[in-house]
Design a protein around this ligand. Structure first.
Ligand code: AMP
Length: 283
């Protein structure tokens, strides 16, 4: 596996692969890799001829300077995990390399970004769309792999691909979880022992909610109540939001149709660490 630190080096590589008719898979990450990331890389390696994994803690998608500073950075350890997973090239640029000048272009995804992560992290999806667009241009992937753990990010990137006619297939990969149900996340490293013990309650709340979604007479309000009931059993969980939304539009549901795909999404602080998770269930 080669490590590419510059935009020019990545561009040169991908142009070469394109000339050789290689199918390129891209896995964008912020590093501190875990099994969730590695499963994306393995899927890309199975379905493509070459795999580019990017590791870039993207400052423009952080609305909180402390969160950006505390975000775990482990590039050497990450590099040793990527080669066995089938990664061909690790793209590891500096901030100056990705942003030689401040960006002026701004993205507005309308209703899609006025809810949940977009509502609670102003500017977040502008930063995501900026960096993802750059990575798409630089690596010209045939397929790009994203995790459903970040359900709203997948929806935003799907819109980005459609609106800007990126010629690639977006792959939304199911959430990879720890044995106790906690969604794998780079931020889990920041949980202390007490917080780590409590954290699986987030998924338990979502599972309870999923049961209610499938009950014949249930309403979205009853689903919310079920999730909030589980979260309220643990005073150290500070829930930022729980939402019952349409799984495509991500708009909150007051009622639903038979067969509708419903997503229950949440964000919560545990021991000062912000975690998100979701489940998608057919009604
Ligand atoms: P991140 O490094 O957290 O920005 O994540 C990079 C990519 O990996 C994103 O597309 C995430 O949605 C995805 N990802 C993160 N955690 C998981 C997980 N537990 N299961 C599946 N994909 C994940």
């Amino acid at each position: 596996m080669e490590i590419l630190n510059t935009v020019a080096a990545l561009h040169a590589r991908t142009e070469m692969w394109r000339r050789e008719n290689k199918r390129i898979g891209l896995v964008p990450t912020m590093g501190a890799l875990h099994e969730g990331h590695l499963q994306l890389v393995r899927a890309a390696a199975q379905e493509c001829d070459v795999v580019v994994t990017s590791i870039f803690v993207n400052p423009t998608q952080f609305n909180n300077a402390e969160d950006f500073q505390l975000y775990p950075r482990l590039p050497e350890a990450d590099a040793t995990l990527l080669a066995p997973a089938g990664c061909t090239a690790l793209f590891l640029p500096s901030v100056a390399e990705m942003y030689p000048q401040p960006t002026v272009l701004r993205f507005d995804f309308g209703a899609l970004e006025r809810v949940m992560e977009g509502a609670h992290r102003p500017g977040h999806f502008n930063g995501v769309a900026t960096v993802v667009s750059k990575l798409f241009h630089l690596s010209s992937p045939h397929r790009a792999y994203f995790g459903q753990k970040d359900l709203q990010q997948v929806a935003i990137v799907r819109q980005l691909v459609a609106d800007l006619s990126f010629n690639l297939e977006l792959v939304a990969f199911p959430t990879v979880r720890e044995a106790d149900g906690l969604a794998m996340s780079s931020r889990n490293r920041r949980l202390d022992a007490a917080a780590r013990t409590v954290a699986p309650l987030l998924y338990q709340a979502l599972q309870q909610a999923a049961v209610v979604v499938q009950e014949g007479q249930a309403t979205p309000a009853a689903v919310l109540e079920a999730a909030q009931g589980v979260l309220a059993t643990e005073p150290t969980i500070q829930t930022e939001y729980v939402e019952v939304v349409d799984a495509q539009t991500l708009q909150p549901l007051a009622e639903w149709q038979p067969g509708q795909a419903v997503a229950v999404c949440l964000a919560a602080y545990i021991g000062g660490v912000r975690l998100i998770d979701n489940v998608v269930v057919a009604r």
